[in-house]
Design a protein around this ligand. Structure first.
Ligand code: FAD
Length: 397
């Protein structure tokens, strides 16, 4: 049987696969986007889109819609129970998108998918990549769905297939790192807590850290480091965390819990982003703690950058060697994100009273230093990593 042909096969229609497909579709580059799941994941997961990601997404024509459905905030505050230690301001960042845009990942994916469809693109759902064999001139991929098994021949296969990426395994690229000791409990809740809707708070308490982030539609995201938790943490469990770690002066009652989850953290970075005809993006290339909300954001900028390079190679006949720049740009960005998320997680999960006192003193001092606060805002927003998503107009057409 003759294989179907496509220049670019994208495995995985999570946020990064969708973003790459939009870039290609905008440029009129044919591609095949496959997704193992028959329906889009309805879980809220990543809750924030940062300024630098919005700068990239603006070129995909989705920021207006994202802003319509999101909640814009301008501050992230470190607190010891009720006491403010440091406030990081995002409103004055040197960006058109100087804000934290709170929006659940399922809504973000919804908006990306709508944009792809509006441009005439599509997702082949229920189609699983089950084999990838690269050679010097391309890739032969085996795809399995309920209706058929097909062989696809592509010039490049892109692994946007998440942490357990088959593309990465087929490439032989190492994914070194470790699973960390911390367990995290997450929940999206409804609570009557008007003053908390102005900021994302990181509460640092003796029992561990708690992030409280307002979401659109009056909800809040809670993320807490815990010793152990059920697969689906219950309302009473999350309420006790809120009581022990949140503001002591005004106890807050959870009215309703919409979603909860528990997960373990891995910190891993792919040794390379490219092996010949195979390329990796998003969680297939980097995973880390949710501290600072960087995971999806980094993946979306990967997709934008790789997309621009593929447009030049496939659409404009630029040399394949341009794609080597993708790893050179994006891997150092992920290394910086892993270091940032690691430092934040370590600082937020300290248990020793002495070390906690030292940390709190350091945060108070950062709070009094304009430069230190600005640098933290630049790093969290991704603006400090702009140089890793280059002005691609400088690349050969
Ligand atoms: C509980 C939780 C909370 C999180 N919180 C945050 C946060 O606050 N901020 C943040 O930035 N990030 C957060 N993240 C991380 C964020 O969700 C990921 O970084 C993001 O989803 C990665 O996108 P992706 O497209 O690379 O991979 P995924 O979203 O994992 O998508 C991969 C897709 O590939 C598909 N797939 C896999 N294998 C195959 C195959 N063989 N064939 C076809 N399809 C395949 C999967 O079905 C999936 O749809 C969180 C994650 C979790 C789990």
């Amino acid at each position: 049987m003759k294989a179907e042909e496509t220049p670019i096969l994208i495995a995985g229609a999570g946020p990064t696969g969708l973003a790459l497909a939009i870039v290609l579709q905008q440029a009129g580059i044919p591609h095949l986007l496959i997704e193992r799941a028959t329906e889009r994941c309805a879980l809220s997961r990543a809750a924030v889109i940062h300024a630098h990601t919005l700068e990239a997404l603006d070129q995909l024509g989705v920021t207006e819609d994202l802003e319509k459905h999101g909640l814009a905030l301008d501050r992230f505050t470190f607190r010891d129970r009720g006491r403010e230690l440091t406030r990081i301001e995002f409103g004055k960042l040197p960006s058109r998108f100087a804000r934290l845009l709170m929006i659940p990942q399922n809504i973000t994916e919804d908006i990306l998918e709508r944009r792809l469809v509006e441009l005439g693109g599509k997702i082949w759902r229920g189609a699983e990549l089950v084999g990838v064999n690269p050679d010097a001139s391309g890739v032969t991929a085996l795809i399995s769905s309920a209706e058929k098994h097909v062989t696809v021949r592509a010039q490049y296969a892109i692994g946007a297939d998440g942490m357990h990426s088959l593309v990465r395994k087929a490439s032989g690229i190492k994914f070194d790192g470790a699973q960390l000791a911390e367990t995290f409990a997450l929940a999206d809740i409804v609570a009557d807590w008007p003053e908390q809707r102005r900021e994302v708070s990181l509460f640092l308490a003796e029992q561990g850290m708690l992030v409280v982030a307002p979401l659109p539609d009056g909800k809040f995201r809670l993320v807490a480091a815990v010793d152990q938790a059920d697969d689906l943490p219950g309302l009473d469990f999350m309420q006790s965390i809120l009581n022990d770690r949140g503001p002591a002066t005004r106890p807050v009652r959870i009215e309703r819990m919409e979603w909860s989850s528990r997960f373990h953290i891995h910190h891993r970075l792919a040794e390379h982003y490219r092996a010949g005809r195979l390329l990796l993006m998003g969680d297939a290339a980097h995973v880390h703690s949710p501290a600072g909300g960087q995971g999806m954001n980094t993946g979306l900028v990967d997709a934008f950058t790789l997309g621009q390079m593929l447009v030049r190679v496939i659409g404009n006949g630029a040399p394949d060697a341009i794609l080597d720049n993708y790893e050179a740009y994006r891997r150092p960005a992920a290394a910086k994100v892993l270091a940032l998320a690691g430092r934040l997680t370590k600082a937020a999960t300290l248990r020793s009273p002495v070390l906690r006192a030292v940390r709190n003193a350091a945060l108070l001092s950062i709070g009094h230093t304009h430069h230190a606060r600005t640098m933290l805002a630049m790093n969290l927003s991704g603006i400090a990593r702009r140089r890793f998503a280059p002005d691609l107009h400088a690349l050969p057409l």
